[in-house]
Design a protein around this ligand. Structure first.
Ligand SMILES: *Cc1c(COP(=O)(O)O)cnc(C)c1O
Length: 412
């Protein structure tokens, strides 16, 4: 019988093969038909330390012996408490509160709701969200609303709420972004939400730390809340624990997921500054923060995340990130010398470029490249004609060479 599974972001009508993965280890995925695949995109940007990191796997096993799941409204448990304190210790001091959810999208939904709750409590009519062109914040109705509009959400457009959009800060044209943000920030603006330094799904578009710092300053001056969506950029991806760090920026609200558990379990947090928590703090039950999902702060996921924090504390993760960043830069430069690519760029462990052909997510070249990579045992998933490499931090030089050799072969 054919599989009844309806896969995400998959056109089943194209009948592309869907490999069955049995086992993961480090930078490799092993398929049921005996192939060993290099995971060049960290399984959609989540796997930071590598697949099945022994300490995370052990933490999961240990937790399953104790507590599987418990209601989190009005109850708590040790893995969540340990994790929240660990996050307080490693994340910026001003982010005093940790709210749990279970995916990047929900962490963003929570951030937006916190921002509106904040203004409501203050009795100010601020409800507009300011966003950046080409952003991606998730696939729920709220997160699509604050993300780029296009072929991904055309059918749902009638359900999406209005936002104020500022242009992406192209190098040399940053002033246009600042000017638009200044204008957007007066009046009804509640918050500005942004992906710091790298716009992931929008095409690995990168901008400089000083641009992030300037945008933060504009928001602070106008009293508009600054939401950093570090769902992809967090946990070392851009070379530092948070991308915001490189700009000396501390957001009012921070969204984290993907690498939060090292990529092993679905979990997210939205961290908020004290004034945002205080705006919801009262003896009036009508003023509480009205949000939860069934698996909020699942104990097994929290245990995995606590193990991830321990790995950040005890292992040379920052050194691995720095080493990978240098390797990525060198490989990309060498690739540029071997074949025709445009817009070669890196930010920390992320390397990206455009290859010849049409721009846009539905560019014909993407599925052809993806098939070529798959046939050559490399997992890469170009965004239109934008090819990017975002491996787990444990990948070794030889394996990364293999990835770039296959890329060179694909595009020549
Ligand atoms: C992946 C991503 C999300 C959504 O996370 P999910 O866990 O897929 O819901 C949100 N924001 C950014 C920047 C992302 O890269």
């Amino acid at each position: 019988m054919t599989s009844p599974i309806w896969h995400p972001f998959t056109q089943h009508g194209l009948r592309e093969p869907i490999p069955l993965v049995e086992r993961g280890e480090g930078a490799f995925l092993h398929t049921a038909d005996g192939r060993c695949i290099v995971d060049g995109i960290s399984s959609w940007w989540v796997t930071t330390h590598g697949h099945c990191h022994p300490r995370i796997m052990q933490a999961i096993r240990d937790q399953t012996e104790k507590l599987d799941q418990v209601i989190f409204a009005g109850w708590t448990h040790e893995p969540a408490e340990t994790l929240a304190l660990g996050l307080r210790a490693i994340m910026p001091d001003a982010l005093t509160r940790v709210f749990f959810s279970d995916s990047g999208s929900t962490s963003v939904e929570v951030a937006l709701k916190m921002a509106l709750g904040f203004w409501m409590a203050r009795g100010e009519r601020r409800h507009r969200i300011v966003v950046m062109e080409h952003s991606y914040h998730g696939d729920t109705i709220g997160t699509m609303s604050v993300g780029e509009r296009g072929v991904f959400n055309r059918a749902y457009e009638p359900l999406l709420f209005d936002v104020i959009r500022v242009p992406f800060p192209e190098a040399g044209r940053e002033q246009a972004t600042y000017d638009a943000l200044e204008v957007a920030c007066d009046g009804e603006a509640a918050a500005f939400i942004v992906e710091p330094l790298v716009l992931g799904a929008g095409g690995m578009k990168m901008y400089a730390p000083q641009v992030l710092a300037e945008m933060r300053t504009i928001c602070a001056r106008a009293g508009v809340l600054f939401i950093a969506d570090e769902v992809m950029t967090g946990w070392g991806r851009t070379g530092s624990l948070l991308a915001c760090e490189q700009a000396g920026v501390v957001p009012d609200i921070l969204c984290l997921s993907k690498g939060l558990t090292g990529g092993a379990m679905p979990l997210a947090v939205t961290m908020a500054s004290e004034p945002i928590f205080a705006a919801h703090y009262s003896t009036d039950r009508a003023a509480m923060f009205f949000h939860s999902s069934s698996y909020t702060a699942n104990p097994v996921a929290c245990a995995a995340a606590a193990a991830n924090l321990a790995i950040w504390r005890d292992e040379p993760v920052r050194e691995r990130v720095t080493a990978l960043a240098a390797m990525q830069q060198a490989r990309l430069e060498a690739l540029g010398a071997r074949c025709e690519i445009r817009g070669a760029r890196t930010c920390g462990t992320i390397a990206a470029f455009e290859c010849a052909g049409d721009d846009g997510y539905l560019a014909d070249i993407a599925p052809r490249l993806m098939a070529f990579f798959r046939e050559h045992d490399v997992l890469l998933r170009p965004l239109g004609n934008t090819v990017y490499v975002m491996p787990p931090y444990c990948i070794d030089a030889g394996t990364l060479d293999r990835v770039y050799d296959v890329i060179a072969e694909a595009i020549t």
